[in-house]
Design a protein around this ligand. Structure first.
Ligand code: FES
Length: 379
């Protein structure tokens, strides 16, 4: 007969159909496995950031976490070879009268190996020194046969101008030179599966998106992004970059953590056809959501227009346009001046109200769950 500490989790005939599944012992999640005719039970909560092991897969003798693929032995709970001490609790299991019983008390403890934090995980603290302007070029081109780019030309001119006139430090990141993976959608599994630093960056030391994170989160005061317009949108490299920057925004949502506090963003947008306002709107929206501020008139743009396809002329116009180059330099200066004000006045350091922010539940929802429905009689 089962004692009180053995909990019936279901019929063995049904539970043996799946190699891994989640069962609950009250509020405790268990990853129940079935392999070689035997059940195993380990904690359903991963050691990394709490991923649901019971929703994972079985690879040989190991349960693989569905979030970032850490592995735990399906019976012993030990981490994979080399990481055995990173282990999750195990629970005894037995089958009685066709029912699977799992003991509620764990038979082994959770153990965590100390993991060196990723360098990007350090608290962003602005180091003293001159203003730092990070230019990010997002246009794509053949590395062996580079061509003239209108957005690159204006960006490079803007960086040169602030470096000279305001004695700023400048850096230029060309996204086309970086080898990095596309966002793999960890957020789509669960908001907490999207981590800071990005889980891809933590798993793949060769992933060069780290340079963008380092520049944007830890180094720059101003982020000046240049993009061409491609079919009415910012470039594909821009999209690839900002999808990977979702982890910065997600820290706002899940942890109320502002990685960017004194940063100013500005944009240079050039295109053959129009749609400048929509592209600028998307860029402004994204960089606002990761915590950036903007100067007055935060973007400059140029497009040739719907009725012309003479891109060779368009290049000439931009290349020879003093007003566009002056405008790019002035945009960088406005951004730098705004950043200086923010740093000197300590703007952006105060706590921000959460009401209306992404992923913040309304207080009225909580009230409505616990109080009399609106409109019902109260006498
Ligand atoms: S590997 Fe399990 S939560 Fe990250």
């Amino acid at each position: 007969m089962p004692t009180e500490s053995w909990i019936d989790v279901g019929a063995s005939e049904e539970l043996c159909q799946r190699p891994v599944q989640e069962v609950m012992l009250g509020k405790v999640k268990i990853a129940l496995t079935y392999r070689d005719g035997q059940f195993g039970a380990i904690s359903g909560v991963c050691n990394h950031v709490g991923g649901p092991l019971g929703e994972g897969t079985l690879s040989g003798e190991y349960v693989v976490c569905p979030w970032h693929y850490w592995k735990f032995h399906h019976r012993t709970g030990l981490g994979e070879p080399g990481y055995e001490e990173d282990r999750v609790p195990t629970h005894d299991v037995r089958v009685e009268n066709g029912r699977v019983l799992v003991r509620s008390e764990p038979s082994s403890k959770r153990g965590r190996l100390p993991h060196e934090p990723h360098p990007l995980a350090r608290t962003p603290n602005r180091m003293a020194g001159p203003l730092r302007i990070l230019g990010i070029s997002t246009t794509a081109m053949n590395a062996e046969h580079p061509r003239y780019s209108t957005s690159d030309d204006l960006l490079e001119h803007a960086l040169l101008a602030v470096a000279k006139s305001l004695e700023c430090e400048t850096r230029l990141l060309r996204i086309r030179d970086l080898n990095f993976r596309a966002c793999e959608g960890y957020y789509s599994q669960a908001a907490r599966a999207c981590t800071w630093p990005c889980s891809i960056t933590q798993m793949d030391p060769g992933d060069e998106m780290e340079k963008v994170y380092e520049g944007v989160v830890h180094w720059a005061d101003v982020i000046l992004v240049a993009t061409p317009i491609r079919w009415g949108a910012a470039s594909s490299l821009y999209q690839k970059m900002v999808e990977r920057m979702n982890c910065i925004q997600n820290q706002e949502t899940i942890a109320n953590k502002h990685l960017l506090r004194h940063k100013v963003a500005g944009f240079i947008i050039t295109g053959g056809q129009d749609n400048v306002q929509a592209v600028a709107g998307q860029m402004l929206g994204f960089f606002a959501e990761i915590g950036c501020q903007f100067p007055q008139f935060p973007f400059i743009a140029h497009s040739r227009g719907w009725s012309a396809e003479d891109m060779e002329n368009n290049q000439n116009y931009v290349q020879r346009s003093q007003s566009l180059h002056d405008g790019a330099a002035a945009l960088a200066r406005r951004c730098a001046e705004m950043a200086r004000v923010m740093i000197e006045q300590h703007l952006g350091e105060q706590a921000l109200a959460r009401g209306g922010r992404k992923g913040h539940e309304l207080d009225t929802q909580a009230q409505l769950r616990t109080s009399t429905p609106l409109g019902s009689a109260t006498s």
